[in-house]
Design a protein around this ligand. Structure first.
Ligand SMILES: [Zn+2]
Ligand SMILES: [Zn+2]
Length: 407
């Protein structure tokens, strides 16, 4: 007797639904070599691959071959084919089927499905084809693998059937704004970087935690401790020609963003300092992030990062300033029209549209930290459509760029 794993990908076939409906199921046999070697009485484990969104992968049913490979037209129970479980336009390619009688069905983690991770962790099963190859629908199990898999299957762990959230490490990745501040500290002290317990590193750690509180997202507010901050700063050393030319190699554990940022700013210290000033300005001005802050307003995040995106919105939504701008325009032109497309809410919507228009802060986001207080001249009047179009993708467009892009 041989043992097999039959795999299905949930985005193509709802195998959980199929094994839940029928005690006897049919499986396609695409390869002649399989058609020749699968025989009556063979053992079968039904395997569900990861879904999208990613859930779990693993064994969801067990059974035995009760009908050998047979032409589709000649099978005993055509009503059990389960063709209605195909998804996303998938269809049956192979015309040869084997029949499997299921004796144990556990389609979800809550009902005791055997998770792939338990095979990964097992000396014998981690070498099996399903783990090593992954792609395919039929996998042969070596005898010792089959014995082991049966053992694991007989000791289910009943887990909550929840889809885990997108995994983010306990310490979320450093974002652009955090890295800029760390790079600044390094650049200011290239020849002798401050140590872990220095005032400088401590104050950067405080600043970064404040930044985290401001942009929201996972992680405690005391996330960036001095040890971590020090390491991150020193990571930049591994890109520093001054350091490398001395024949030393820095520690390099960083993500892809680090070399990108190094290349963007190395040799352009003034740009870096300007960007950091904008970040500090935002930290001073922005209230702490709260989950009520709706981020879903059709604005993409500025290339400069989440913090400055918030600052841009805060400034162009200042009620006092917006009113002043609108009053000024009404006095000047007698109407409020979009500076990009000329749309006039009052003309189109009558009374209801009167006095309505949005304001957009013209200044490039990275220049928001120049200490200049926003005035009505920094604001452009835009209709809601044009304003969204400016912010829809990065890089954000200037009003003039949008204007010339109008069809
Ligand atoms: Zn417009
Ligand atoms: Zn805007």
């Amino acid at each position: 007797m041989n043992s097999w794993i039959f795999q299905a990908k949930p985005e193509r076939y709802d195998v959980q639904g199929y094994v839940s409906e029928f005690k006897k199921i049919y499986w396609s046999v695409g390869h002649v070599k399989h058609a020749q070697s699968i025989s009556l009485g063979d053992e079968v484990f039904i395997w569900k691959a990861y879904g999208n969104p990613r859930d779990f992968a693993g064994v969801i049913a067990h059974g035995f071959i009760v009908e050998p490979p047979t032409e589709k037209q000649k099978i005993l129970l055509p009503q059990n084919l389960g063709d209605n479980y195909w998804r996303g336009g998938g269809f049956e390619k192979s015309t040869v089927k084997v029949g499997v009688s299921l004796d144990d069905v556990r389609p979800t983690l809550a009902t005791g499905a055997l998770r792939r991770e338990r095979l990964d962790a097992d000396d014998i099963l981690s070498k099996s084809q399903i783990i090593k190859v992954r792609n395919g629908t039929i996998f042969f199990l070596k005898p010792e693998q089959a014995v082991r898999l049966k053992e694991l299957w007989s000791k289910p762990e009943y887990l909550e059937d929840v889809i885990p959230e997108e995994k983010e490490p306990k310490n979320p990745f450093w974002n652009r704004e955090e890295l800029l501040l760390a790079l600044e500290l390094y650049i200011q002290n290239r020849k002798s970087p401050p140590n872990k317990s220095s005032k400088e590193v401590e104050s950067l750690s405080k600043e970064l935690n404040q930044l985290r509180a401001c942009i929201g997202g996972p992680g405690a507010k005391s996330l960036r401790n001095t040890a971590g901050v020090y390491l991150k700063m020193m990571n930049f050393r591994s890109y520093d020609p001054f350091y490398i030319s001395q024949g030393k190699v820095g520690m390099r554990h960083g993500n892809k963003l680090e070399p990108a940022i190094w290349n963007e700013f190395f040799g352009k210290e003034n740009e870096l300092f300007k960007a950091c000033r904008a970040i500090r300005e935002a930290l001073k001005e922005l209230p702490e992030y709260s989950s009520d802050d709706s981020e879903d307003d059709g604005f993409s995040e500025a290339a400069e990062g989440r913090l400055l995106t918030r600052l841009h919105k805060l400034r162009e939504r200042s009620v006092k300033l917006v009113n002043a701008k609108k009053n000024w325009a009404e006095k000047q032109f007698g109407t409020l029209t979009c500076e990009a497309c000329g749309f006039d809410f009052a003309k189109v919507y009558g009374k209801r549209g009167h006095g309505f228009i949005e304001c957009h802060h013209r200044k490039p986001v990275h220049e928001l930290g120049d200490g200049h207080k926003t005035t009505t001249e920094d604001l452009a009047l835009l209709c809601a459509n044009c304003h969204r179009m400016i912010h829809r993708q990065r890089p954000w467009l200037s009003v003039e760029e949008l204007k010339s892009a109008l069809c």
